[in-house]
Write a protein that binds this ligand. Structure first.
Ligand code: SAM
Ligand code: DTB
Ligand code: SF4
Length: 330
């Protein structure tokens, strides 16, 4: 494995530092995570983002977790890029439901030049509605990130997903370095990065430590770190993976919060099957963002009314657009 990045942050924690977080008594870990959250954020405000799959299925990559891979027998039909009118109507509904960020995902290995302008139209349309914009479109070529930025793109999601060592058990059609290259292009264009991973894919705790270590080795900490619990989809290579233990998820969230104190930590996919108590522990452990809306990309997510009730029962609230501006500086 080549060095992850020559210009890793000087203050980046070592693997041993991160491993020691996972090994700490849970009460100590939660205390440190809450302290890190409170130093950097309003501890009662939870960011709410909404996802939309703007181009679904038929993806040539073999990511073992994904319903949209052409290698999966998941029954998710392939579709073309949605038209702007449909996407903007969805974005309007998301805004009305309280989402402050709209994230558009496409099942592409990489962005083709012919798709750049149609995607830019989606970005500029959502931006004009006063929401933060995020896209996840696979790998980028030189010059594409700059064009997305010009169109009004705030965030690009591109996950490292797991440790460098476990990566080839999950995906074989691209390398870890491919991911790092695209992240470098996104940063160079001045777009904020959203980069995290998935737990519950049969990886070990050492792999979870390795993921956080790889993220911490990036030249700049990701602005958002999504932690997804695998949503097992029948017909995908990893659908029979042993689900992540609830307290191990809580430890992963807390270790993420402590390692990335100024980043938004998103309790991302997988909430549909989590108890309210487990989600509450994840918020205690420093998660301060969720996806709302009853669908992620292709799989279910809790009803927004249930999420709002959950936040209220914990004395938390959905962050407003003003909060979003304060934390992102936009
Ligand atoms: N094709 C682009 C890519 O791979 O970067 C964007 C879309 S892809 C669906 C975005 C992310 O969703 C993946 O990196 C992975 O972290 C997450 N994801 C996909 N399927 C998932 C599943 N079944 N459970 C949890 N997370 C999943
Ligand atoms: C991220 O880390 N998780 C989101 C978003 N970034 C693109 C996607 C979750 C997808 C869950 C599976 C599905 O709905 O297909
Ligand atoms: Fe394609 Fe992204 Fe799914 Fe991988 S995760 S199969 S790249 S859509």
């Amino acid at each position: 494995m080549p060095p992850l990045d020559d210009a890793a942050r000087a203050d980046a924690p070592s693997r041993a530092d991160i491993a020691s977080l996972f090994d700490a008594p849970l009460s100590d870990l939660i205390l440190r995570a809450q302290a890190a959250l409170r130093e950097n954020f309003d501890p009662h405000a939870v960011q709410t983002c909404q996802l939309l799959s703007v181009k679904t299925g038929g993806c040539p990559e073999d990511c073992g977790y994904c319903s949209q891979s052409a290698f999966a027998k998941s029954g998710v039909p392939a579709s073309k890029l949605m038209d702007a009118e449909t996407v903007l109507a969805e974005a309007q509904r998301a805004k009305e439901a309280g989402a402050t960020r709209f994230c558009m995902g496409a099942a592409w290995r990489s962005l083709k030049d012919r798709d750049v302008e149609p995607v830019c139209d989606l970005i500029s349309g959502v931006k004009a509605m006063g929401m933060e914009t995020c896209v996840t479109l696979g790998m980028l070529d030189d010059g594409q990130a700059e064009r997305l930025k010009e169109a009004g793109l705030d965030y690009y999601n591109h996950n490292l997903d797991t440790s460098p060592e476990y990566y080839d058990q999950v995906v074989t059609t691209r390398s870890y370095d491919d991911r790092l290259d695209t992240l470098a292009k996104v940063r160079a264009a001045g777009i904020s990065t959203c980069c995290g991973g998935i737990v519950g894919m049969g990886e070990t705790r050492a792999d979870r430590v390795g993921l956080l270590h790889a993220l911490a080795q990036l030249p700049e900490a990701p602005d958002s770190v999504p932690i997804n619990a695998l949503v097992p989809v029948e017909g995908t290579a990893l659908s029979d993976s042993k689900p992540i233990d609830g307290l191990e998820l809580v430890r992963t969230i807390a270790a993420t919060r402590i390692t990335f104190p100024t980043s938004v930590v998103r309790l991302s996919a997988g909430r549909e099957t989590m108890s309210t108590e487990l989600q509450a522990l994840c918020f205690l452990a420093g998660a301060n963002s969720i996806f709302i809306g009853d669908k992620l990309l292709t799989t279910p997510n809790p009803e927004t009314s249930d999420d709002m009730a959950l936040l209220a029962s914990l004395g938390l609230r959905a962050a407003t657009e003003d909060d979003a501006r304060k934390t992102s500086g936009n």
